[in-house]
Design a protein around this ligand. Structure first.
Ligand SMILES: CC(C)=CCC/C(C)=C/CC/C(C)=C/COP(=O)(O)OP(=O)(O)O
Ligand SMILES: [Zn+2]
Length: 451
């Protein structure tokens, strides 16, 4: 076989120092390898570009879809007629997560519309003149907090809402959704969340609600809507958040609850709402939110694991005590200072996340961006389903939780490594107990702490 030197000159037998020689086959091999390397590199580049495109958050399209929804809320809008405060919240909160604010005309329309939904005896109904309901009260209050202006916040009749919440309180400790309505964990959460944000949370509202929630934690570890029912992600979030807001999260069986929630993340990377059901984008918030809350409860989980190990049994569930582990010394006199309960949610934000994310947050972002995001704007439950405002709100809320899930503090910066896709995907951070954009929460906390 003819030989070639490595630099292409003729073979030489002179006394010159021996040069490394390559055979034709070797040269061909190098050429082929360079080629393959080049092809691989362009494939990798192309796939990075494709990924950047596929994993891109289509902000502008979402903003158009959401804003259009808000403009349709007028008197001629009859779809979801009893749910219009919800539509306001889903849309306004989604826009706030995207860092968008609404113009003053829309803002005034929303404030006027919600004022017409406010009952003269307190609370908000699903539309003007409708029965006040806890779910729509939560949606209306969160909408007004998200608007955040003086006009929006002062349109809320806090004292009347307080009477409405007291009227919904049941002897069991739980709350009814409306006069004569069902008692469930959703009602407890919406009542306590609203009272906490409005700085009207006192002992009379808190009394025994913890015991009611404890009676809903099931053998699986998750929380059901009512005693004896099946554990569900929506109620697990509501139950856990309520327990934190009243300072009693340590009474839940936290290790089992966390176990149940983390195993709800499926092979599709999304979360399912309950055992053996399909994954759905909205559980990115309900289940992801429960874990975002739980990751700040490390000290209680440690305590429970230690005591269950030492005692060889589960922690007693009804080990009631009135002092809250969230409060600083001297805060125990709650009867004289009932509004200190409202500060629990505020100080919760200072609790550090001991573990980092408890779920696969990059995988969940992939599910939301690739399978739930509709490129024309909006989000859906899963491929094959239509986009809607509810799924847009909870997919975006879950996405935000993922992006900040490795930050030590809730208001720490979103770390580039934890944002899947381009960094421009980064959303605003949320208060995980209320699902309000953090700045909006700080604003309302300050506004009503003077009251
Ligand atoms: C603040 C507030 C009002 C919170 C609500 C929380 C929430 C989402 C509760 C879930 C209710 C529920 C049992 C849905 C099951 O629907 P399904 O059977 O259609 O869905 P699945 O198959 O995913 O369980
Ligand atoms: Zn859903």
């Amino acid at each position: 076989m003819e030989e070639f030197t490595g630099d292409g000159s003729s073979p030489s037998s002179s006394a010159a120092p021996p040069q490394r020689r390559l055979t034709v086959t070797q040269r061909d091999q190098i050429a082929v390898e360079r080629n393959v390397f080049g092809i691989l590199r362009s494939l990798v580049d192309a796939s990075v570009q494709t990924q950047e495109i596929m994993l891109k958050l289509w902000r502008d399209k979402h903003i158009v879809f959401l804003t259009r929804g808000l403009k349709q809320l007028g008197p001629s809008f009859h779809v979801l007629d009893a749910n219009r405060p919800w539509l306001c919240y889903w849309i306004l909160h989604s826009l706030a997560l995207l860092g968008e604010s609404v113009d003053s005309e829309i803002e005034n329309n929303v404030v006027d519309f919600l004022s017409r939904c406010q009952d003269s005896e307190g609370g908000y109904g699903g539309g003007p003149g409708q029965l006040p309901h806890l779910a729509t009260t939560y949606a209306a209050v969160n909408s007004l907090i998200t608007l955040g202006t003086e006009r929006a916040l002062s349109s809320i009749n806090r004292h009347k809402i307080h009477s409405f919440l007291l009227r919904m309180k049941d002897l069991s400790g739980g709350f009814r959704m409306h006069d004569g309505g069902e008692i469930d964990v959703r009602a407890c959460y919406t009542a306590i969340s609203v009272a906490s944000c409005l700085n009207i949370l006192g002992r009379e509202l808190v009394e025994d609600v913890g015991n009611y929630i404890l009676s809903c934690q099931t053998y699986e570890g998750g929380i059901a809507g009512e005693p004896g029912s099946e554990a569900h992600g929506g109620y697990t979030f509501c139950g856990l958040a309520t327990m934190v807001l009243i300072g009693e999260a340590d009474k839940l069986d936290l290790p089992t609850l966390i176990d149940w929630v983390v195993f709800r993340q499926g092979v599709e990377y999304g979360f399912q709402g309950r055992t053996n059901k399909l994954v759905d984008g909205c559980y990115s918030f309900w289940q992801g939110g429960a874990l975002a809350v739980a990751q700040r409860l490390l000290s209680f989980v440690d305590e429970q694991l230690k005591s269950s190990f030492l005692e060889g049994k589960k922690v007693a569930k009804n080990n009631c005590s009135t002092s809250s582990p969230y409060m600083s010394e001297g805060d125990s006199d709650l009867d004289e200072h009932p509004c200190q309960f409202s500060d629990i949610g505020f100080y919760f934000l200072e609790r550090e996340s001991g573990w980092g994310s408890l779920f696969h947050s990059a995988a969940l972002q992939q599910y939301v961006l690739l399978h739930c995001q509709v490129p024309e704007g909006g989000f859906r439950d899963k491929p094959g389903k239509q986009r809607d405002h509810y799924h847009s709100c909870y997919c975006l809320s879950g996405l935000s939780l993922c992006q900040y899930s490795w930050s030590k503090n809730v208001n720490g910066p979103g770390l580039p490594m934890t944002v899947l896709g381009p960094y421009a995907n980064l959303l605003e951070p949320v208060h995980p107990l209320h699902n309000l954009v953090l700045d909006k929460y700080y604003n309302v906390h300050e506004f009503f702490s003077k009251a």
